[in-house]
Design a protein around this ligand. Structure first.
Ligand code: ZN
Length: 299
């Protein structure tokens, strides 16, 4: 089952994706604000409501009846998660990526934060901030939590997952690295967290550690790896993070990027305005975000 957020003006309505087409899900709700959207992280978590409303059954019916329904394009989607209480990034979680940047292989997960204001949808533009010349992509498996928990044991940690999607952990390298180990600023510019195209429920992902992940820039393959090569797997990351803070429904974990980022290449092929950055993960679909230049401004 795929859950998505369809844009209708400034609001979002729940939707699903079947065979690459988007269909609105009618839950008896005309529309919701961004904060209340599916997995918006607001007080009303519509996911629970959706399940209680028989949304999976509704989706099955949609599959049969969709010929009579209006189809929407993927470019009409907002992000599947809008205002998570946390975006947890994981640094250097693929050994080959750590090596390409000349870093040690970590012995414990390296967690960092991104702000939710960076989130955009699966076809939205990535805005290169004025003054930034070293814009980079990081294709990543994104985990979306479905249950709250603290001190979650590694065994059973995947039961806390609502689903998965593709993410681009966009990074402005100078802004990321010139403030030492605090990566927040260079990782959190507006539009630096494209997510989507939908939340694919965990029952459709047999093994999150056996997914091929690929990144292209203008059609050129830049990253290709398997999530099998994560140093710390999804269950370990959930358990480790939850030992420090309560994970809540809608929270997002970006599980780290495989090798092939621009910073690891000579010379670095930084993202440039006009380029299209695409990330695809087995079973989760593809996000495709155009880079545009921000006029004026100061970094
Ligand atoms: Zn990353």
């Amino acid at each position: 089952m795929q859950f998505a957020n369809l844009r209708r003006g400034d609001a979002l309505v729940p939707a699903t994706i079947i065979d690459g087409k988007v269909y609105e899900l009618r839950l008896g709700l005309d529309s919701v604000s961004a904060d209340e959207a599916l997995f918006g992280g607001g007080p009303a978590i519509l996911f629970d409501l959706a399940i209680a409303s028989g949304l999976p059954e509704m989706a099955e019916q949609l599959r049969d009846a969709r010929g009579a329904l209006r189809e929407h394009g993927l470019d009409e989607l907002g992000p599947p998660v809008v205002r998570p209480s946390k975006i947890i990034g994981v640094g250097r979680n693929y050994a080959a990526h750590a090596r390409e940047l000349g870093n040690e292989i970590p012995t414990q997960p390296i967690l960092f934060a991104k702000f939710a204001s960076a989130i955009v949808g699966p076809r939205d533009d990535i805005v290169r901030p004025a003054g930034v010349t070293d814009l980079d992509y990081e294709g990543e498996l994104c985990v979306i939590l479905g249950r709250a928990g603290r001190h979650i044991p590694r065994d059973g940690a995947l039961d806390y997952v609502a689903g998965y999607c593709c993410a681009n952990d966009v990074s402005a390298r100078t802004a990321q690295l010139h403030s030492g180990d605090q990566w927040l600023r260079g990782k959190s510019f507006d539009t630096f967290c494209p997510l989507g195209p939908a939340l694919v429920t965990r029952d459709e992902v047999a093994d999150p550690q056996a997914l091929r992940i690929r990144t292209w820039v203008d059609g050129e393959l830049r990253q290709e790896d398997s999530t099998a090569n994560m140093i710390f797997d999804v269950a370990t990351l959930i358990s480790y993070a939850s030992n420090a803070f309560t994970l809540e429904p809608g929270d997002v974990i970006l599980t780290g990027t495989p090798p092939g980022v621009a910073m690891g290449r000579t010379p670095p092929p930084w993202l440039e305005p006009g380029q299209l950055c695409e990330i695809e993960i087995d079973g989760l679909g593809r996000i495709a975000n155009r880079v545009v230049a921000e006029p004026g401004g100061v970094v």
